[in-house]
Design a protein around this ligand. Structure first.
Ligand code: MF3
Ligand code: CO
Ligand code: CO
Length: 253
């Protein structure tokens, strides 16, 4: 569970590659392109340009490189050449790159064309939830503090936090302990230690927190059909805070 500085050096490489996939795909995310095409572009980029492995392919039978979660899809949307992006959609692309045995896992939201203010706001507040959580990560902080700050910011804005899916420890193993809940009470749960690596990946709903799984075995949607947003980073706990291993150039932590 605790990574050495040399482990984190390798995690930094994997994290950077994952971030670069999201940067690379950004100009392609426009009305008219399919989620299947976006997936194929990411797949070829990871294999051919990054000489790395798309970790989602074959993970528990998932067949694609990215999860593409549109509008009311909470997470694990399956890319599809028949699913064409349209003006006003909100889309999450979630990608994990495996490089030299180490994982980097990250996702971001895209506003497709011109979106309704209520969707823009959901996307922005969800990003703030992630950023507020990142801000409090340091040795001695509790896992419950992370959940609490996310839940507080979401609920203050009349949104709800999805409870069935959570962040996770990450390293040579894609999903390892501990689970990082996106709700909770301050001062509860595990205390963070330098060298821990994990993701924070809040899923925030416009309406109620409840979800349903579709019969494809992967896609998770909101029960009430209202939209959901998610942002994800992979972090390493440092001596006095944390390093965001999947930081994109546009971000200043
Ligand atoms: N990347 C997702 C996460 O954040 C997991 C996707 S699993 C897949 O943990 F199989 F759907 F790709
Ligand atoms: Co993750
Ligand atoms: Co992910």
């Amino acid at each position: 569970m605790i990574k050495t500085l040399s482990d984190i050096k390798e995690m930094r490489v994997a994290g950077k590659l994952a971030a670069e996939v999201l940067e690379m795909i950004t100009p392609f995310v426009k009305p008219g392109i399919s989620t299947g095409e976006l997936d194929s572009i990411c797949h070829d980029y990871i294999i051919n340009e990054q000489n790395a492995i798309p970790a989602n392919v074959g993970y528990r039978g998932f067949e694609k490189t990215i999860c593409s979660s549109l509008n009311q899809v909470v997470c694990h949307g399956i890319p599809d050449y028949k699913r064409i992006l349209k003006n006003g959609d909100i889309l999450n692309i979630d990608v994990t790159v495996l490089k030299d045995g180490w994982h980097g896992d990250t996702s971001k939201m895209f506003l497709v064309g011109k979106c309704k203010p209520h969707n823009e706001r959901l996307v922005k507040i969800t990003q703030e939830c992630l950023y507020k959580a990142i801000e409090i990560v340091k040795p001695g902080a509790y896992l419950g503090d992370i959940g609490h700050v996310i839940q507080k910011h979401a609920e203050k804005n009349y949104y709800s936090v999805v409870e069935e899916y959570c962040g996770h420890g990450i390293g040579k193993v894609y999903h390892e302990d501990p689970q990082i809940l996106h709700y909770g009470e301050q001062g509860t749960g595990l205390q963070l230690k330098e060298g821990m690596c994990f993701t924070i990946e809040p899923m925030i709903n416009l309406g109620s927190k409840f979800t349903k799984s579709l019969s494809d075995g992967w896609t998770v949607e909101t029960k009430d059909g209202r939209n959901s947003a998610q942002w994800e980073h992979t972090l390493a706990v440092t001596s006095d805070g944390c390093e965001v291993l999947t930081k994109r150039t546009e971000e200043t932590f």
